[in-house]
Structure formats: C-alpha cells, structure tokens
Design a binder for this molecule. Structure first.
Ligand SMILES: Nc1ncnc2c1ncn2[C@@H]1O[C@H](COP(=O)(O)OP(=O)(O)O)[C@@H](O)[C@H]1O
Ligand SMILES: [Mg+2]
Length: 312
C-alpha cells in the first residue's frame, strides 16, 4: 500500500510575543499514513494537532522538516485539488443555505453546471442532511447540521485525502454518533482520513491506526489492536483451605495472593486460564466471588502513555 502522508522531522516553533518565549508546537514529527485508512491523530488540547494539519495543508510554514501528500511535496498546487479540510471551527455566513455553501465551494473548484448541482446534491445526501434543510439558511441549523455541512463542503471536490480537525467535538450524543458513522463511511469510498480527535471511544471504533502526540512530540503510534493488547482477568475466591493450593496456583498464575484472611485474588495475564484456576479453587472447597475480564481500551493506553511522559 502506498503512503498517503509521509512526514519527516516536521517542526513548528512559535514565538509567543507576550511571554517573549518560544513555543515548540510540533517537535520533529515523523509519521506515515497509508492510503485508504482512517488514521487517528490523538492529543490533548494544545498538543500540536491543528498546527500539524495546517502545515501539511500549506496554511502555515514549518520551521523545519518536510512531508509528502499523495506522493507529492506538501504545498504542491496540483495535490491541493485532491485534499479536503474541515477546520476545528467552521465559519459560514449565517444567511447562506446549506445548498448555497456547497455551491460556493463547487464554484471555487470551477465545477461547471450541471455537474455542480449534481455534486452538491450528492454531497448533501452523503452527510445525510435532511432535504428540507438544504434550502434553509444555516442560521437555524444545529451544531450537528453545521458539522455535516462542513463535511459535505470538504467532499465537494471528491478529495482523496481528508483532514478532519476534531469533527465530533461539542456535539450531543446522537449527533455525535451520526457524525462518527459518516466519517466511518468515507473509508468505504476509498478515501484516506486524517482525523484529529480526543474522543477516544470514537477513534477506537473507526480508526485502524493512531498516533499520540503530546507537547508537540510523537509518543507512540501503531495499530489500535496492538496498542490495547494486554487484557487480563481477575478471579476472586473465598475459602479456609485456599492456602493449600496457593503454590499450585502461583505456578500458572504468578499474580496469585491471599489477601485479608480467606480471600484469594488471582490476576491472570490473559483470560485463557480462568477455567483452570476455577477448578483448582473449587477443589479447595472455596467459593468463587467474581471473575472479571479486563479489556484495555484506547483511553487506558492514552492516559498511561501521556502520564508516563509527564512522569506522574
Ligand atoms: N499562532 C500561534 N502563536 C503562538 N502559539 C501558538 C499558535 N498556534 C498554536 N500555538 C501553540 O502551539 C501549541 C499547539 O497548538 P495546537 O496545534 O492548536 O494544538 P491542538 O490542536 O492539539 O489543540 C499550543 O501550545 C498553542 O498554544
Ligand atoms: Mg486543535
């Protein structure tokens, strides 16, 4: 598979004129995003996500480093026609209708009629904006409808590579889930999506690979399934004769310990041996109190990674 985005040593330093100090917003970033994937670019507020996207789009200049998009150097005019961008905040004129906004962007891309109207309609349908809203001014749109209009606008030139900067932030749960599904559907159309977000549950559902950026530095990247690997299971049992089997348990479940009198707590590195542990415990006439499998989530990975970096 070809790389849709390839970033080498990308760095952006800002000079904070008030504090008279330098802010390293993005620090020597190296990253590859493959064609056809939805890639999650994760980080807390201020981590450097928007700055990275703006550099890739040629909206601001990097202090250092380089990148290619769809095999061409970033900022290349030809490649810009293949890109789309949904900024964190979309500013549309309130008096325009959803249709007008898309028509306006289609004109910027010099799409002639009748193709223009056809594309506008296709894009509004793709983001599932109700047809009765198409000709209404966006003044009356909800935040979710505005975000849909934003994505429709981003799709107008049938781009190959989309940059979506926190598209689901600030939406109510229903609008949120709907927008997430719309983003997920872009993959079926073969598009590559660079999705900046701190909505980890969304990212876990729709992205294949992620990168975590913190204070401008890349902390980790990889397949979500690899990053969340490390499920474990915990068995708790009670009984007076458990002491007699603890040695046996420790052999295949090293994290076995007797706590508080008769209570046994067994932590297993995976859930494969649960049955074996239960057999041994019941053989010692003990009562099983609980069997809990723990599934690691992307949120666990994110919190651990960022805390480790901060040394807390
Ligand atoms: N124009 C600017 N001038 C000075 N500092 C900036 C500017 N834009 C962003 N920053 C700083 O760069 C860092 C990264 O910001 P940003 O890329 O917006 O993060 P994110 O999108 O992850 O929230 C922050 O510390 C922010 O305050
Ligand atoms: Mg941002």
């Amino acid at each position: 598979m070809a790389a849709a985005i390839s970033i080498q040593g990308l760095t952006k330093k800002y000079v904070d004129v008030w504090q008279k100090q330098e802010v390293v917003a993005v620090n020597n970033l190296n990253l590859e995003v493959q064609e056809g994937e939805i890639f999650g670019f994760l980080g807390r507020n201020g981590a450097g996500k928007t700055t990275t996207i703006k550099m890739l789009l040629g909206l601001i200049f990097p202090t250092d480093g380089d990148a290619t998009l769809l095999g061409k150097p970033m900022g290349d005019n030809e490649v810009k026609r293949e890109l789309a961008y949904l900024p964190e905040e979309t500013y549309f004129y309130d008096s325009m209708t959803g249709w007008d906004i898309l028509d306006y962007y289609a004109r910027l891309f010099k799409i002639p009629e009748p193709e223009r109207s056809r594309r506008v309609q296709i894009c509004l349908e793709k983001v599932r904006l109700q047809p009765d809203a198409w000709r209404r001014s966006i003044r009356g749109y909800s935040k979710g409808m505005r975000q849909r209009t934003g994505i429709a606008q981003a799709l107008i030139n049938d781009p190959k590579l989309l940059f979506l900067d926190e598209p689901t932030s600030g939406l109510d749960p229903i609008a949120h889930a709907e927008l997430r599904d719309i983003v997920a559907s872009l993959k079926d159309e073969g598009k590559t999506v660079f999705l900046s977000s701190h909505q980890l549950a969304d990212v876990e559902l729709i992205c294949s690979r992620v990168a975590i950026i913190h204070r401008g530095k890349l902390l980790t990247e990889g397949k979500i399934s690899d990053l969340v690997a490390g499920d474990y299971a915990e068995v708790v049992a009670q009984g007076k004769e458990l002491n007699s089997v603890i040695g046996q348990l420790k052999e295949f479940a090293p994290g076995s310990e007797i706590t508080g009198g008769d209570t046994l707590r067994v932590t297993l590195p995976d859930d494969e041996k649960i049955n074996a542990v239960i057999d041994v415990v019941r053989g010692a006439k003990a009562k099983i109190i609980s069997v809990v499998p723990h599934k690691r989530t992307l949120e666990d990975v994110f919190v651990e990674t960022v805390r480790k970096e901060d040394g807390s």
